[in-house]
Design a protein around this ligand. Structure first.
Ligand code: MSP
Length: 536
């Protein structure tokens, strides 16, 4: 059983999460759920980044204290995660005391050590630069976009203050060595190349404290300084697994750690964070994966500008699974995409209602019509054996810990390898789109099989065999789909009469029954009548 830790960024609390944040969280949730089905020991972390000048300002604007403000947004965000069926194992908030303890310890470790050039890792200096309040970051003149923040397009302020610096420049050589040693440390490659480009240009030391802001942890041994949000925020990944208690090493050192982030916060994760960890003499995560952005009508969704879509609105209208499926199947992980409700409805109707839901519904309905809902498992060869299970079956037998034994994708069927790559492969993971399109090829195949075999024209024995084969397909498809569209997949497995044991219990996939004892259910994805909607 592998130890696996997957993290989302921790979200700012200037406003509640929007669909863009939900995307990253759902993408990680699918990986976490999938690895749990594979009986891995999974730790899935998400949470909130609650310090900084932005929050101080928000609180003043709303006439509350910063603590009241962060508690308010944290309550809303927890509700959103629950509504999206996110299966996180912890929810870290950077204002928690456990994080103060971890941050102080981490600071002391870094401050007590020396950089590769023999000088102290942290030193006091004066910083002058262009400061964007939304990014909580400084920019140089050349990085600005017509004098504005390149990300938020808002005016920046010229700021000069005493600050503690982290000697990032001195860690550049070690970062080069790291990137040579671990060629897939950052994925996708296009992002890795950007990071390597930044490194080549040379790294400046990073300002890691503020004197003008109060809402943060006081920097140890530097009265009047609070720790800068990014330095504080990155440490959350360690806090949640118990740092500084040595037990954090069970996951951090003896397990696989993957950070999933949006592409715009790459430099903090791929340059600053590894350097901070090396300076604290700690091991590094296995990989950083940067995904792209969802735009709406070509515009970036922004909390600051209030253009963020609420994922719950679409979940209420079309079901949560529809939103999860659309976000994961529509946009290749790592690329950008434009969100549109029309496209969501199109994919809902074609993939979920017509292909998947319909295959389940017509098969189960016929099974009731022709054989009272009891269907013998067919004895003959399965038409999709090679698609689903590969010629040799799943590597470690039919069912027990289905994916657990897969160590290489040699000799696997395309569905197996899509899922294998999705969950374990070194290059393109997690590639939700591939895994889903693999399973959809088989689902479409099932519909075609029903059409050509036409059980309605066949004698009862043959009818039972045909329907039995499709039930085998539905069983095979619904198992991995528990990670992507958990409600519908579970509903279907219950309709197929399968009693799995699912996380948080130790996972046990129900053995294939000799006779499928089916139960009736509503269609998993009732078709959306677009004409009616348009008329209204
Ligand atoms: N607090 C920092 C992260 C600290 S991690 C140690 C932060 N917060 S954020 O709330 O601004 O953004 C969090 C994540 O949401 C980023 O990875 C960002 O890319 C992602 N997204 C925000 N809007 C998005 C879209 N429209 N589309 C996809 N992801 C988006 O940065």
């Amino acid at each position: 059983m592998g130890r696996f830790m997957i993290t989302t960024p921790i979200y700012y609390v200037n406003a509640p999460m929007h669909l863009g944040h939900a995307y990253c969280t759902i993408a990680c949730d699918a990986v976490a759920r999938f690895r749990r089905l594979a009986t891995d020991d999974v730790f899935f972390l998400t949470g909130l980044d609650e310090h900084g000048g932005n929050i101080e300002e928000k609180a003043v604007e709303n006439g509350v204290t910063p603590q009241e403000w962060v508690d308010r947004i944290a309550g809303i965000d927890r509700g959103i995660l629950a509504d999206l069926a996110i299966s996180n194992d912890d929810f870290i908030r950077t204002t928690e005391d456990r994080h103060r303890v971890a941050t102080e310890e981490f600071w002391r470790k870094v401050a007590g050590g020396t950089a590769p050039d023999g000088q102290s890792n942290i030193y006091v200096g004066e910083y002058e630069g262009w400061y964007c309040r939304s990014c909580e970051a400084y920019y140089t003149e050349s990085e600005l976009d017509e004098g504005k923040c390149p990300d938020h397009k808002i005016p920046v302020e010229k700021v000069k203050e005493e600050t503690c610096f982290f000697r990032l420049s001195s860690w550049a050589g070690k970062l080069v060595e790291l990137f040579d040693r671990v060629p897939d440390f950052v994925l996708p490659d296009v992002r890795f190349n950007e990071v390597k480009g930044l490194l080549k240009e040379g790294l400046r030391d990073v300002s890691i404290t503020r004197t003008r802001i109060k809402w943060g942890f006081p920097a140890p041994d530097h009265p009047g300084h609070v720790i800068y949000v990014w330095f504080d925020a990155l440490i959350n990944y360690l806090t949640a697994i118990g740092y500084p208690d040595p037990k954090f090493r069970d996951r951090w050192e003896r397990g696989e750690v993957i950070h999933v982030i949006g592409k715009e916060i790459m430099r903090f994760h791929a340059l600053l964070w590894p350097a901070m960890l090396m300076a604290a003499d700690l091991p590094l995560p296995r990989r950083i994966f940067a995904h792209g952005w969802w735009t709406v009508n070509g515009e970036k969704m922004s909390k600051t500008r209030g253009t963020g879509l609420d994922p719950r609105e679409f979940a209420k209208k079309y079901s949560l699974d529809a939103v999860r499926y659309f976000l994961l199947a529509e946009m290749p992980f790592g690329h950008d995409g434009d969100f549109s409700e029309r496209r969501l409805v199109e994919r809902y109707n074609s993939d979920l209602a017509n292909d998947f839901g319909n295959l389940a519904h017509r098969t189960i309905s016929m099974a009731f019509r022709y054989m009272g809902g009891k269907v013998k498992r067919p004895a003959g060869p399965c038409p999709w054996e090679a698609f689903i299970r590969g010629p040799g079956g799943w590597p470690d037998g039919d069912h027990a810990g289905l994916y657990a034994g897969i160590k290489s994708d040699q000799g696997l069927s395309f569905v197996q390898s899509a899922f294998y790559r999705f969950a374990y492969g070194p290059l393109r993971i997690p590639q939700h789109q591939d895994a889903l399109s693999g399973i959809w090829r088989v689902i479409k195949h099932g519909n075609k099989y029903l059409d050509t075999e036409a059980p309605w024209n066949k004698p009862p024995e043959r009818q039972e065999e045909i329907l039995g084969q499709v039930l085998l397909l539905l069983e095979a498809a619904s198992w991995p789909l528990l990670a992507f569209i958990p409600d519908a997949a579970l509903k279907l497995r219950r309709q197929l009469g399968l009693a799995d044991e699912l996380p948080p219990k130790p996972v046990r996939r129900a053995p294939l029954p000799e006779v499928f004892g089916l139960s009736h259910g509503d269609p998993l994805f009732p078709r959306i009548d677009t004409k009616k909607k348009e008329k209204k």
